[in-house]
Design a protein. Structure first.
Length: 320
């Protein structure tokens, strides 16, 4: 939920990314802990023979899934797999008969077709783009874009020409102050405009054990507030603070180590947006850089080291 201008289109955007070494892993869960039945593994390797970094997970059913959603037929005896191929990240879901039910390719906001970028800019001006996937829906490629503005949230599936294929609005439910509100007040004594919400658990189907919100449920909370001129969102799991996202950080407040790293490694680039993620094991700054048609999205530790990087230079993608 971090507010950034979408490179190339001026759309407010923030991709929720998995940052190596920066997730909170549930106790006892490690990557690659299961091996699916041979029929499922055979179906996968046949479809994706060049897949790398393959990790399988047991599927967790979504409570009260809508009957028309593709994952409504999946149960706890089904599987999903994350993998990399052709410098892209994918997720695919399989039922226990070895049939691939659905697959998506994770995307950066800047990879959206210009027609889709323009449609978002025109129809959802002021919204935050939090996630983008390329999906195969009814044998047709569509771009699923998740958008937020305060408590107003949309899942919109765009055709490549920018027309809307499907859309769904989700309104978060406000709630009274939880029992642990004193902890919040101690952590953020200057918070104002405080509004508590029940955590939105509708994206459970696509989470993996390495995601920070893997164990978050409908009985957990997120709180929106303002402090020191910035908009915050903090997340609490069973009353324990998990992380906070700080939207649209003033670039002058970047640590000197991060600024020095940018000046040294990306001379000639301009800063197009800054946001910050505060987590249990550290602080990460996301910086968007631009130079002509070249652009980068880089996550920095406080000491200026790079945690994750995606760049497009001379039409060629690179990442770390």
């Amino acid at each position: 939920m971090i507010l950034l201008a979408l490179i190339m289109a001026g759309i407010i955007s923030k991709e929720r990314v998995r940052i190596p070494g920066k997730q909170v892993k549930p106790c006892g869960i490690t990557a690659d802990t299961i091996s699916p039945p041979i029929n499922i593994r055979t179906a996968f390797t046949t479809s994706y023979p060049s897949a790398q970094r393959v990790v399988w997970y047991q599927y967790r059913p979504v409570k009260n899934a809508e009957p028309n959603m593709w994952y409504s037929t999946l149960g706890d005896d089904d599987y999903y797999v994350t993998f990399a191929m052709d410098d892209n990240d994918y997720t695919a879901w399989y039922d226990n008969n070895g049939k691939m039910v659905y697959n998506i390719r994770r995307m950066d906001n800047s990879e959206l077709p210009m027609a889709v970028q323009q449609a978002i800019n025109n129809q959802y001006n002021g919204y935050t783009v939090t996630d983008v996937d390329l999906e195969n829906d009814n044998n047709m490629q569509v771009y699923e874009v998740k958008l937020e503005k305060g408590a107003d949230r949309w899942n919109v599936r765009f055709r490549p020409d920018g027309t809307i294929y499907k859309k769904k609005q989700k309104n978060m439910k406000t709630t009274s102050d939880p029992s642990f509100v004193s902890e919040f007040r101690t952590r953020y004594p200057n918070a104002s405009n405080v509004v508590w919400y029940n955590y939105d658990n509708s994206d459970l189907y696509e989470r993996s054990p390495t995601d920070w919100n893997y164990n978050m449920g409908d009985d957990d909370y997120e709180v929106h507030f303002t402090m020191d001129g910035s908009n915050y969102v903090a997340y609490y799991d069973n009353g324990t603070w998990i992380r906070s996202d700080i939207m649209s950080v003033d670039r002058s407040k970047l640590p000197a180590t991060v600024s020095s790293s940018i000046n040294t490694q990306y001379a000639g680039y301009t800063i197009d947006g800054v946001s910050r993620e505060d987590m249990l094991n550290g602080v990460v700054y996301e910086v968007q850089l631009k130079k002509g048609n070249d652009h980068c999205k880089i996550h920095y530790n406080m000491d200026g080291t790079i945690v994750k990087r995606k760049c497009m230079s001379n039409g060629t993608k690179s990442k770390m």
